[in-house]
Design a protein around this ligand. Structure first.
Ligand SMILES: [Zn+2]
Ligand SMILES: [Zn+2]
Length: 155
């Protein structure tokens, strides 16, 4: 995704803030196989601290998930909050830490990816009323009537 230019903030005094709007496609994000990322939108506020830039933001990711009951794809929105520190001095950052790159830019790709994965619900239903799949004949009961004798729902 597009990096955020923080050059002006880096030379500002401690406590200075910068806001940025994010609207990016999630294509190319390394999400789990069961999740197709569409788009993430959000807004961050970046605060200059002594040794780092503190990035806080609220986002909504549009994704396509698989329903646990009927196994069909459905659209879902995943809201999440993000808060990360980016070291200003790259040489002070350990391998796991985030840092401002040599062009004075920060990259939110990895934090956004992490937060989307953390915020995907464990159980996903296309609808609370999803009827699931007939265990007898395998039809999707949302779309088709079952003709077999098994009236039991899959869930
Ligand atoms: Zn379903
Ligand atoms: Zn059936």
């Amino acid at each position: 995704m597009e990096k955020i230019d923080t050059k002006k903030l880096l030379i500002a005094e401690t406590g200075a803030k910068q806001a940025a709007e994010i609207s990016e496609t999630l294509k190319g994000f390394d999400l789990p196989e069961t999740v197709e990322g569409k788009r993430v939108i959000g807004r961050v506020v970046i605060t200059k601290l002594d040794d780092s830039l503190l990035v806080k933001g609220d986002f909504v990711a549009g994704v396509i998930l698989i329903c646990d009951r009927c196994l069909e794809n459905f659209k879902a929105h995943i809201p999440f909050r993000l808060e990360r520190d980016y070291n200003i001095d790259r040489s002070q950052a350990s391998a796991e830490e985030l840092f401002v790159d040599k062009y004075g830019q920060i990259d939110l790709t990895e934090p956004i990816r992490e937060e989307i994965i953390l915020n995907i619900p464990l159980h996903n239903l296309c609808s609370e009323k999803c009827l699931g799949i007939c265990q007898g004949c395998g039809v999707n009961l949302n779309n088709e009537k079952c003709c077999c004798k098994n009236k039991k729902r899959s869930n």
